[in-house]
Design a protein around this ligand. Sequence first.
Ligand code: HT7
Ligand code: ZN
Length: 880
Amino acid sequence: PKMIYLKDYQAPDYLIDETHLTFELYEDHTLVHAQLVMRRNPACGAGLPPLVLDGQQLELLNLALDDRELTAADYQLDDSHLTLQPTQERFVIDSSVRIHPESNTALEGLYKSSGMFCTQCEAEGFRKITYYLDRPDVMSKFTTTVSAEQHSYPVLLSNGNPIATGSEGDGRHWATWEDPFMKPAYLFALVAGDLWCVEDRFTTMSAREVTLRIYVEPENIDKVQHAMDSLKKSMKWDEEVYGREYDLDIFMIVAVNDFNMGAMENKGLNIFNSSCVLARAETATDAAHQRVEAVVAHEYFHNWSGNRVTCRDWFQLSLKEGFTVFRDSEFSADMNSRTVKRIEDVAYLRTHQFAEDAGPMAHPVRPDAYMEISNFYTLTIYEKGSEVLRMIHTLLGAETFRKGSDLYFARHDGQAVTCDDFVKAMEDASGVDLSQFKRWYTQAGTPRLEVSESYDAAANSYRLQFRQSCPATPGQAEKLPFVIPVELALLDAEGRELPLQLVGEDKPVGRSRVLQVTQAEQAFTFLNLEAKPLPSLLRGFSAPVKLSFPYSRDQLMFLMQHDSDGFNRWEAGQQLSVQVLQELIGQHQRGEALVLDQRLVTALRSVLENASLDQAMVAEMLSLPGEGYLTEISDVADVDAIHAAREFARSELASALFEPLWARYQANRELSRSTAYVAESAHFARRSLQNIALSYLMLTGKAEVLAACLEQFEVCDNMTERLAALAVLVNSSFEAEKNEALKSFAEHFKDNALVMDQWFSVQAASTLPGGLSRVQALMQHPAFTMKNPNKVRALIGAFAGQNLINFHAADGSGYRFLADQVISLNASNPQIASRQLGPLTRWRKYDASRQALMKAELERILASGELSSDVFEVVSKSLA
Ligand code: HT7
Ligand code: ZN
């Protein structure tokens, strides 16, 4: 495989004005007829260069140019292109190909999932359906006819509006769909299957009626209402917050069981992993309900940020993904608790995206090169991309940002554009020069921001000194300073925010404000401060940086209690926990007895006893930083010490805080018992506190806690309580109870694949010794299959990604296991194979012995035979 560079971008030589597709679906093959109405791109030079169409794994049956049948002498064919010579500026290509969706295990292009036909074309799957200019800057008007056997495939769907249907008399029927909007091929979709749907309606802001349909397999029809409610909320929110209205007469979602990612925003016909659609109390946790809401919103929002305005090329992927993640995270914040949503997003970003940004696959939000685009659907493109948009929003303010987005959509509707075009619209609408800010798009790596303070009692002034730097990343040794928006406040001894007046200002400007750090070193001096204040820095995590400030533990405890910024109260608790855990890690490494700093106990006691705090905040504050985050912030991660320190701290906290934890648990459990399940934020909050309390309490091994846990497991109306009880039992040493619970759970839910995924995951993530053999045994379970990406993620992904102590077993058995799975998946599903590689790519984080073992497995994969471009790129970059 070769590298593709942004600098080599060239506009397409030809355009496709119309695309007319006919699919004949059969059990052992599919025929695809494509008529492409084409013309020379007027933006390119004169003459008629050869036309090079993309196509892979296609059996060409017929090819005609302007109704003239072509013979093999008229074109060249290799395994990824069909080249021919047009003779006029305007022409029509007709092709027929045979493809095999029934044996497509890569789940890219047209494939079968649980008996239905479906498609996944982003990024480059359309070329596995027909010969085409499969690039996002070639936009076309599509009509699609689908024909299939009627009994097995009563529902035939594609993009746009249905315009005709009919039957063929031989038990087959057909439907034609027309999409009035120009779109690139990656947004094409087709579905044929035996599906039921829930239908609803939405009246748009200009009073147009839209039909909403969610299609699922018949047995899942009772699990669709939450997704439908989420869709209607998303449509309303996008009208209110962004002025964006839906544009077709119908919007459809189809749930499929085998899907490589979460969902896909195909125009008018979103295709979803069933895990991101189906949700009801008995079978889906609160987290799953929130994920469904967020993913439905994300895909719906793409209708504007991605579909109406799309990407010029795949280097611009974050143009749609970063923006759309920002939009969906703001939506979720508005629907639920804003602070808790921010905490969850930041914890995820810091654990996973920061690790990616510090590893061998680090790349800018707008990369300059890639080998396999599927590998670039990354946390950097999505989550860091969203943070970049959030910073623009912070710098411009909500109102001006909205002017910028209005201008962007108006200026570029129907176009395929770049990240620069987006920033330009923001600049033009605001008058703000964002040229230095754009370094966030081009420089990889997580900036460090070191802050120091000095107070001048004689002058009543307080100076904050900022120093920014960014570590080298592959291909980028030196970095220039970023624009870092730092929201901050200064607190007095009672925790009140002080008026903020900088040198040069004649009066204070607010009590919480955004400073811009734009230089490698920069100081800000605040005036009229009668005593040395305590700074509350980077409020709301106003920039994706690693900030350090020499807070004492007492100061962190003070901020935990008094900071008026909810995010920073949590952040102070995390920093205090990190300090305490790092001390324990050091003690473990030196072979000393572990001693927990009692200040952490005191701090968490006051959180637990604070009845006025939002319960979800209490739950978040009780959650110690995860082993993944502790690994990320270590220079050399000591897996055993991290695990031992964290487990020690958890059990010490459980004993010391038994009474308040038990009181909180019982009060919340009582409410859960007496209230029917509701998927709303106050209820999520109550259950999350109940469940984290239970997880601490079970560490004490007390009989009354075990009894409560078993009772919760058995007597509840929802999966949130049941799965949490199961997870703590699985991590406990109550062998008989654990085995009984696992057995009864599996018996009860054996026919529900998504619930069984949860059952696999809680076992795969159990940190008790013997993790690998448990996982290997589970791979033989009848409900497990390597063909289903959700199962692979639930078992193999959870083991390698969450069960660090077992995955990093000193004998390398976890690494060997993962490499074996990657080698096997490489042949069947390269995208999933390459995504499972993540934990092995981080080998530089570990001690010399583990480094050698991990590298050896990467080398074994490299030598294992013919590798997909997906796996080859990740393995070769990791070893470079
Ligand atoms: N835009 C979608 C990306 C996607 C995808 C990419 C590669 C391989 C399979 C895929 N399925 C979906 C999803 C989204 O961000 O909305
Ligand atoms: Zn997306």
